[in-house]
Design a protein around this ligand. Sequence first.
Ligand code: TXA
Ligand code: MG
Length: 353
Amino acid sequence: METKLLFPSPEALQLASDLLRSGQLVAFPTETVYGLGADALTPEAVAKIFAAKGRPADNPLIMHIWSVDQLEGLCRIPPLAEKLMAAFWPGPLTLLMPRTDRVPDMVTAGLPTVAVRMPSHPVAQALLRKAGVPIAAPSANRSGKPSPTTAAHVLSDMDGRIPLILDGGACDVGLESTVLDTCHGTPCVLRPGGITREMLETVLGTEVSVAGSILQPLKPGEQALSPGMRYRHYAPEGQVTLVTGEEKEVLDALRLLFHTSETAGRRSCVLCFHEHLEALEGCNPHDLGLRSQPETVAQRLFDTLRRLDQEGFEAIFSEVLPPEGMGLAIMNRLGRAASFRSVAARDALSAPG
Ligand code: TXA
Ligand code: MG
């Protein structure tokens, strides 16, 4: 299959909408990451998403809408969700809603809830409006790769597998939407993203919990609140180690770990904040973005991880952020890339040899 890459002209949007309405797949930009869309109410169309991504069938999809009216007959909106929709939609917040059987099992993996999101990206909105049906869309990467934040990322994963990619430039947020469960007691963040826990708490005026597996692996036998948490997420070919501690110790430890690793013959690099590029000269520093502006770290994280693979590093040592605000979403993705492997700078510095 030839994969077209088009800028979102009116003609391209018409083609994209025609493809969606005839049960085909279209990759399109959102403010978070690129999505791989299909008509959510046609199981044969949704099945193509799983085939193109190589995604396990028991990992449910998010249904994208441009107007709340589209939910009529598909799901019930819990009162807390209503409040959050008013505050954060359109935007990077996905809400779980109890669903009716008009939503295909293929979308929800048979779960009693459906995940719904209204993206704010103008191209996504225009496409959803033109297509007129809710669009099921996971991130447009091959399963096991980082989510795509540019059309070039989508092309490198999906060339030959889908008919069309709409190129809307680089995504603004850079990490996937926040997934929130408001159906079961205390609202719970299942996946942290652009809308932070703190922002949710401010609007709701109540505590919001965070699923335990966000900053640590699921324990053996522990049940995943969200099926996506069960799967091994993207990790670069090289081994990533997170280095924690106070700034000066971390910089010293990064230098030591890098040089020890290179001496042992492993192709190595460090992932550091923009502010520390100079201090880590000679350690193959890769820029994570500004520590003082975590949004810039989120924006470029997946692109950086893709580059590390292309450059073939075997050992990668990374700085960390406190898991607050956007830092929580960043540390969730970075933690998974590292399989949650971390070392305290102080221990690294005092280790013999
Ligand atoms: O920002 C985003 O959310 C992007 C853009 C394209 O909208 N989409 C995205 O979709 O990241 P995906 O499929 O890569 O991630 C959806 C996550 C998965 O972890 C999935 O397990 C979870 O949402 N999920 C979907 N439906 C669910 C449900 N009913 N209950 C619990 N978790 C659900
Ligand atoms: Mg994904």
